[in-house]
Design a protein around this ligand. Structure first.
Ligand SMILES: [Mn+2]
Length: 378
């Protein structure tokens, strides 16, 4: 396998703009890597500023990996994929993965039981920030480490990413997942079955098991490679994506029973209050998949779900074909992707939903009455 070829396209005073042609299967998919030249922390001399992840790892003794707050499948999958890649190929490095609490079902991934919930102030040569588009969204107190580490690297696929957070920023908004971005930056021959399991898991979770429009040819190329490596693909989909705990099943049923349709049936929306969550005995981390069930309502373009978290409401937004929900999340100080985004609000859920419906209405250019029907078992 040939190593990625990186070509410098243009250089300005502050930024070296490069394109990597590591994609060697005829796709027009482009990878842009921004090397932050204002960042004086360097492991390598300036002439060697363009480097692969392997080059970064060869120059580091201590490595830490971070993700975002309330980590999802792609966050954990990419972090553990990198963890296993380092363990398999760089035995002298003991990588530390700092991630917040994640669902029990993710624990079938190798290394999931070795993760640490909070950065412990250790010295770090090389810190990775995965699946995270801002320092505010960094989980496990990682932003402290990203400020002090000798060298930092951000690998992500959020369209809201400013692409200047770290020393090196590998951000591909067109990619299905951070796990996909990461895989094409690694040496494929050095990706083991265990690392492949983690990256496959991340891709499955961010593509809704390959049914969201972010799924691309390259996504499937990666998955084909993982299957060649003996990845446990059937088990991972069944046991992590299509499995819910009993409590999660009950609370999902409750939300479905109370969801409403708006904008002539183009929007399905729901919210749950703190006391209702308490009644079901569920934590915010167990609410992450509710939106995926909500968006299954036929004929809808957008699904909106609000649930309480840290004294505020988390807004989850999903769209199918037309509405840019990243833009709507941006109105609330959040972001994400065009078809999947999130934010937090201090508004009461009814008020926030009213605002969201207005914003969707502007994009759909419909003059429908906002609320058209209430779902009910009657
Ligand atoms: Mn992701």
């Amino acid at each position: 396998m040939e190593p990625p070829v990186r070509i410098v396209l243009a250089a300005s005073e502050n930024q070296l703009f490069t394109i990597s042609s590591s994609v060697n299967f005829g796709s027009s998919h482009k990878i842009f890597i921004y090397v932050n030249r204002t960042d004086s922390r360097k492991l390598l001399s300036d002439e060697r500023i363009l480097m692969t992840i392997d080059e970064m790892l060869r120059n580091a003794k201590t490595v830490a990996v971070f993700g975002h707050v309330r980590p999802d499948g792609d966050c954990i999958g990419s972090a553990l994929g990198l963890y296993n890649y380092i363990r398999d190929n760089y035995p002298a490095i003991a990588p530390a993965v700092f991630v917040e609490h994640f669902p029990e079902s993710y624990k079938l991934l190798n290394g999931a039981d070795r993760t640490l919930p909070e950065y412990d102030n250790r010295d770090v040569d090389l810190a990775f920030l995965l699946d995270t588009p801002s320092f505010e969204r960094t989980g496990a107190k990682g932003s402290e480490c990203l400020r002090t580490a000798k060298f930092t690297c951000n690998i992500d696929h959020h369209i809201s990413n400013p692409q200047n957070l770290c020393s090196v920023n590998i951000v591909e908004p067109e990619a299905s997942s951070t796990s996909e971005v990461l895989y094409f930056q690694l040496n494929k021959d050095k990706v083991s079955k265990t690392a492949a399991n983690c990256l496959y898991f991340g891709i499955v979770h961010d593509t809704g098991a390959f049914k969201f429009s972010c799924t691309g040819k390259r996504t499937m190329t990666a998955v084909g490679d993982f299957i060649d490596k003996g990845c446990d693909f059937a088990r991972i989909v069944n046991e992590t994506y299509y499995t819910r705990t009993y409590k999660e099943t009950q609370v999902t049923g409750y939300v479905m029973e109370n969801c409403k349709l708006g904008l002539c049936g183009k929007v399905v929306y729901a919210h749950i209050t703190p006391s209702e969550m308490e009644k079901f005995g569920v934590l915010p981390v167990e609410m992450g998949t509710v939106i995926d069930t909500l968006r299954e309502v036929g004929g809808t373009e957008v699904a909106v779900f609000l649930y309480p978290i840290d004294g505020k409401y988390k807004i989850s937004l999903r769209s199918n074909y037309v509405v840019d929900v990243n833009k709507i999340a941006g109105e609330f100080g959040g972001g994400g992707h065009i078809r999947a985004a999130g934010a937090a609000t201090e508004d009461a859920p009814e008020i926030a939903i009213e605002k969201i419906l207005d914003l969707i209405q502007q994009q759909l250019k419909t003059d429908c009455v906002k609320v058209t029907s209430k779902s009910s078992f009657l």
